[in-house]
Design a protein around this ligand. Structure first.
Ligand code: KIV
Length: 277
């Protein structure tokens, strides 16, 4: 059966039905087309591109132009998959007007289905105005990589009763502001469960245990492509890096031995060569 593209109203429908689904990242046309061929329902063009694609130390520093350039080819490569465009740090915190202008620009220039912004209750008034302007918004709470340095780095969030209460309040504020879904990152499973039960919108968990509505992972992590740090919540469902290094080494070996290219990989038409040397 051909894949049915997940639409914005499906967030609500899937939550009501208790349906589970998956959400991964992509930053380029080829990867997007591979994800599109899979059963995966959602692609995020995350600002994690800063680290995964550009080799930077942090997501802070990504620009609107860079995010738009990563998002456009993903939309082209994944016509049957919902695509979320990630808003970079500094593109929505200056004013409501700036947030509406930049989120609209992301939708209009890339053709993505919705956008994601990091922030809880304090960002809710801005998100409400963005939603009223017609932009579907996915929230992001818990560990928010754009501001991770202010909480001492990439650490589990909400690990105290006060922390858990704050996360539930953040989720409820985002729900009231009109988000279509909420990403929750790096929190204890019981806290993610409480947040998932507290709101009517779906909770999309990364490093948030099994009791959320949808599981999120970075594609390069789940396929075993990234050589950097492997967080506890990441599982390798394939070892693509090893397969790629193996393929490159085989190409190298066969080139050196003369096994490649063989006649089957060469154009074998007879051509009379004029005597010029
Ligand atoms: O940028 C990103 O990849 C993200 C995911 C970790 C949710 O925000």
């Amino acid at each position: 059966m051909p894949k049915q593209k997940m639409k914005i109203p499906d967030f609500k429908k899937f939550k009501e039905e208790g349906k589970k689904y998956t959400f991964v990242t992509a930053y380029d046309y080829t990867t997007a087309s591979i994800v599109n061929e899979s059963e995966t329902e959602i692609i995020l063009v995350g600002d994690s591109a800063a680290m995964v694609m550009l080799g930077r130390d942090s997501t802070v520093g990504m620009t609107m132009d860079e995010m738009i350039n990563f998002t456009k080819p993903v939309v082209r490569g994944a016509p049957d998959t919902m695509v979320i465009g990630d808003m970079p740090f500094g593109s929505y915190n200056v004013s409501v007007e700036q947030a509406i202008a930049n989120t609209s620009r992301m939708l209009m220039e890339t053709g993505c289905d919705c956008i994601k912004m990091e922030g809880g209750a304090s960002l809710a008034p801005t998100i409400k105005r963005v939603v009223e302007a017609g932009v579907p918004v996915v929230g992001h709470i818990g560990l928010t990589p754009q501001t991770a340095s202010s909480v001492g780095g990439f650490k589990v969030q909400g690990g105290t009763p006060e922390g858990a209460k704050k996360l539930i309040e953040d989720a409820k504020a985002l729900e009231a502001a009109g988000v279509v879904a909420i990403v929750i990152e790096c929190v204890p499973s019981v806290v993610a469960k409480a947040v998932t039960e507290a709101v009517s919108v779906p909770v999309l968990g990364i490093g948030a245990g099994p009791y959320v509505d949808c599981q999120v992972l970075v594609t390069q992590d789940l396929l075993g492509m990234y050589s950097g740090f492997k967080p506890k919540f990441v599982k390798h469902f394939a070892e693509i890096r090893q397969a790629m290094v193996g393929g490159l080494n085989l190409f190298h070996e066969e080139t050196l031995s003369g096994a490649f290219p063989g006649p089957e990989n060469s154009f074998n038409k007879a051509v009379e060569i004029p005597k010029l040397y």
